[in-house]
Write a protein that binds this ligand. Structure first.
Ligand SMILES: [Fe+2]
Length: 374
């Protein structure tokens, strides 16, 4: 963890005995020169590596299978994932597929991935999904447009190399989307029905770091202190939700991403204020604590007022970070409304809504989807 941590990649490989990794990344990482830096570090350590450059945003089963066909062309013994959540999620899914013969669509929840495949060395370049420290991957089934949630200890990377210097080139839109995704992880982990004393500290720590720095990182991309805090916050938030699960925002966000190709963090951002407002009656003391951790209210303000301020802050944050309304983003209104029931069914099937402090019915989710369109 920290600036320059990337240099520790060869040590991390050596500790697991990995000698011939396949690097899972994309063309942007190549253009930014990050791929050649990773290749160079491995070469200096006497390690030959292969490259799979074709990961896609919101990765699909086809992308995972394409990566596997490259992996099988040589005697690779590990996966170095370099990029945002998409590259890391792809590498984790590849590892899970290599551990067993089970096809990708059968690995989604309620299946639990326990077998360990080849080790994954995760190098996030956004702050972020936290995927580098979670036992979760999300892969889209291209035939049904379903974002499949896959979970289990077999998905945990062998090592996470969290170097905030790799985020200095991230453009403001992505900084905002991934930052709000991290904030959502922290809030949802804290209010989740699966929250515990351990995940609570990770979630509160993440909220403090992210809330205090997200605006600066958005407006001043080269601010090292803000980038470093955002990276630490994103990784902490990842640990928090890996231990306590996400809830209704993520449950309802995945179908929007799958059907309308809205980036994951952005669809979370579009949903977060309204779903938080709806969920507060299920855990007002917990949401009030979120407002306090985020520095939105003083420590002694009572819960009800603190919860109101929390929703105000989430709306203000969306406005400052230029999060568009769904209609402004170009979603087809007719198709959106035709898919309400299907999206709510897929949300429920992922299991995430059941972790919400106020569990929703199918009708509640449909009503919330309608509300956020308006
Ligand atoms: Fe997320």
């Amino acid at each position: 963890m920290g600036g320059g941590a990337l240099a520790e990649l060869p040590d991390a490989l050596a500790r697991t005995g990995c000698k011939h990794p396949l690097i899972i990344t994309d063309r942007v990482m190549d253009e930014l020169g990050y791929l050649s830096r990773v290749k160079g570090l491995l070469e200096q350590a006497g390690l030959a590596s292969g490259i799979f450059l074709d990961t896609v945003p919101e990765p699909t089963v086809a992308c995972v299978e394409a990566g596997l066909s490259v992996y099988r062309t040589d005697q690779f013994d590990g996966l170095v994932a370099l990029g945002g959540g998409s590259a890391i999620d792809t590498a984790k899914a590849m590892s899970a597929r290599l551990a067993t013969d089970i096809p990708m669509h059968a690995l989604k929840v309620p299946h639990i991935i326990t077998h360990k495949g080849p080790p994954v060395f995760a190098i996030p370049t956004t702050a972020g999904t936290g995927s580098e420290v979670t036992r979760v991957t999300v892969i889209t089934d291209g035939t049904t447009d379903e974002k499949m949630l896959c979970m289990g200890p077999g998905l945990m990377p062998a090592a996470a190399i969290v170097d905030y210097e790799l985020t200095l080139t991230v453009p403001p839109r992505t900084t905002a989307d991934t930052g709000i995704d991290s904030l959502t992880h922290a809030i949802e982990a804290y209010v989740s029905r699966k929250a515990n004393a351990f995940s609570d500290q990770q979630a509160l720590g993440a909220m403090r770091l992210i809330a205090a720095n997200i605006r600066t990182a958005f407006h001043n991309p080269d601010n090292h202190a803000a980038r470093e805090a955002m990276m630490a916050g994103a990784t902490l938030a990842g640990m928090a939700f890996s231990n306590a699960s996400v809830a209704l925002v993520h449950g309802m966000s995945r179908p929007i991403g799958a059907f309308f190709h809205v980036p994951h963090g952005l669809s979370n951002a579009m949903l977060l204020p309204a779903i938080t407002r709806w969920s507060i009656p299920g855990a007002p003391a917990r949401y009030a604590e979120c407002a306090r951790a985020m520095g939105v209210v003083s420590a002694d303000l009572e819960d009800e007022a603190a919860c109101t301020k929390l929703v105000d802050e989430l709306m203000a944050l969306n406005e400052e970070l230029c999060v568009p309304a769904m209609s402004e983003y170009g979603l087809d209104e007719e198709r959106y409304h035709a898919l309400l029931e299907t999206m709510a069914e897929q949300a429920a099937a992922s299991g995430s809504p059941a972790n919400n402090p106020r569990p929703p019915s199918q009708a509640d989710m449909v009503a919330l989807y309608r509300e956020v369109w308006a």
